[in-house]
Design a protein around this ligand. Structure first.
Ligand code: SAM
Length: 300
C-alpha cells in the first residue's frame, strides 16, 4: 500500500452478482476516494447506494473515453489524490476498461494498488473441477463465426485448462465450434449466473454441452471452461527406430541423423546416437557378424 496522503490509482473489484461479495476494504476505498472512475455512472451510483456509501464524485471511464481520461487521472494522482477505478462488475481491466489507464499510470511512475475480489474467470475456474494448476484466460472469442472457429482451431492442442467469457446469444454456436475443434469428448464446464440466485454448473463432454445449449438456450451471464488437450502419445522405441532408419536411408551420417531425430522428438542425442550406430552397422554387416558397441565419440 502507498504511504498515507500520497496519490495512487486503486483498482477495486466489485460483486459479479452478489452484493455480499463487496469486501470491507472495497467499501472503505469507495467511501474515501477523491474520485471514482467507472464504466457507467448510473450502475456505480446504484452500487454505492446499495452499499450504504451514498454519493461520491464519479468520472466516466469506458472503452471510448479511457485513453482521453488517462491524462486527467495521472494529473490527479500527481496532486496526491487516490483515484479508485471500478468496472460494472468484477475486476477492472479484466475484459473491462482499465488496462490502458493502468499502463499510463505505471508509465508515469505513480503508485497502483489493487483491492482484490470477485472475478468471473477465477470463480468459474475454481469451481469447474477441471485441472487448475495451469490455465489460460481467452476472454471473449471473436464474434464472427469464421474468426471464432479459427481461434478455437489454433487452441485445439493447448494443454492448459482454458477459460472463455461468452454471451448467451452465442453460447450454442461457440460450443458447437468448440466441439468441432477440440473433439466431441473434450470435458467442458459452463458456469452460469455465478454468485446469483440461479447459479448453475453444467458439466460434460463438449458435444453434449453444445446439444444442451442448443436445446435449452440458457440465459444470463456465462463462462465456458474447457479442459486442455491430452498429452501427445509417447514416442515408442519402434517409432524412434523408424525415424532413424529413414534418416540413414536418406543418406544422412550417423551423427547428423542422431542430432536431427533427437531434436525433433525431444529425446537425448546420446540415446539416438547409439541406436543410429547400431542400425548403420546392421545395414553394413553381413548377416550373423558380431555387433560392435561404441560411445558417441567413437571410443569404448
Ligand atoms: N471484469 C469482469 C470480471 O472480472 O469477471 C468481467 C467483465 S466482462 C465484460 C463480462 C463477462 O464476464 C460476462 O459476459 C460473462 O462471460 C462473465 N461474467 C460476469 N459475471 C458473471 C457471472 N455472475 N456469472 C457468469 N459469468 C459472468
Amino acid at each position: 500500500m502507498s504511504p498515507a496522503g500520497s496519490g495512487a490509482l486503486v483498482l477495486v473489484a466489485t460483486p459479479i452478482g452478489n452484493l455480499g461479495d463487496l469486501s470491507a476494504r472495497a467499501t472503505q476505498e469507495l467511501s474515501t476516494a477523491g474520485i471514482i472512475a467507472c464504466e457507467d455512472t448510473r450502475r456505480t451510483g446504484r452500487l454505492l447506494s446499495l452499499a450504504g456509501i451514498g454519493r461520491r464524485p464519479l468520472l466516466r471511464l469506458d472503452d471510448h473515453t479511457e485513453t482521453a481520461r488517462a491524462a486527467e487521472v495521472v494529473a490527479r494522482i500527481e496532486r496526491g489524490e487516490r483515484v479508485v477505478l471500478v468496472s460494472d462488475a468484477g475486476m477492472p481491466a479484466i475484459s473491462d476498461p482499465g488496462e490502458r489507464l493502468v499502463h499510463a499510470v505505471a508509465a508515469a511512475g505513480l503508485a497502483i494498488e489493487v483491492v482484490p475480489g470477485p472475478s468471473a474467470v477465477v470463480t468459474a475456474l475454481a469451481g469447474s473441477g477441471l485441472p487448475t494448476r495451469r490455465f489460460c484466460f481467452e476472454g471473449f472469442l471473436p464474434r464472427r463465426p469464421g474468426e471464432r472457429a479459427a481461434r478455437l482451431a489454433a487452441l485445439a492442442d493447448e494443454p492448459r485448462t482454458m477459460v472463455f467469457y461468452e454471451s448467451p446469444h452465442r453460447l450454442a454456436a461457440t460450443l458447437t465450434d468448440l466441439a468441432a475443434a477440440f473433439g466431441a469428448d473434450r470435458p467442458v464446464v459452463v458456469a452460469r449466473e455465478l454468485t446469483k440466485l440461479h447459479e448453475q454448473w453444467w458439466r460434460g463432454p463438449a458435444a453434449a454441452a453444445a446439444a444442451w445449449a442448443t436445446e435449452e438456450s440458457p440465459r444470463g451471464e456465462l463462462v465456458i471452461v474447457a479442459e486442455g488437450a491430452p498429452p501427445a502419445p509417447q514416442l515408442t522405441a519402434a517409432d524412434l527406430e523408424v525415424a532413424v532408419a529413414a534418416g540413414l536411408a536418406r543418406g544422412g551420417s550417423v551423427k547428423e541423423v542422431a542430432a536431427e531425430v533427437a531434436a525433433a522428438n525431444g529425446v537425448s542425442r546420446r540415446e539416438v546416437y547409439a541406436l543410429a550406430v547400431r542400425l548403420a552397422g546392421a545395414a553394413r554387416r553381413p548377416a550373423g557378424a558380431p555387433v560392435e558397441v561404441s560411445g558417441e565419440d567413437g571410443h569404448r
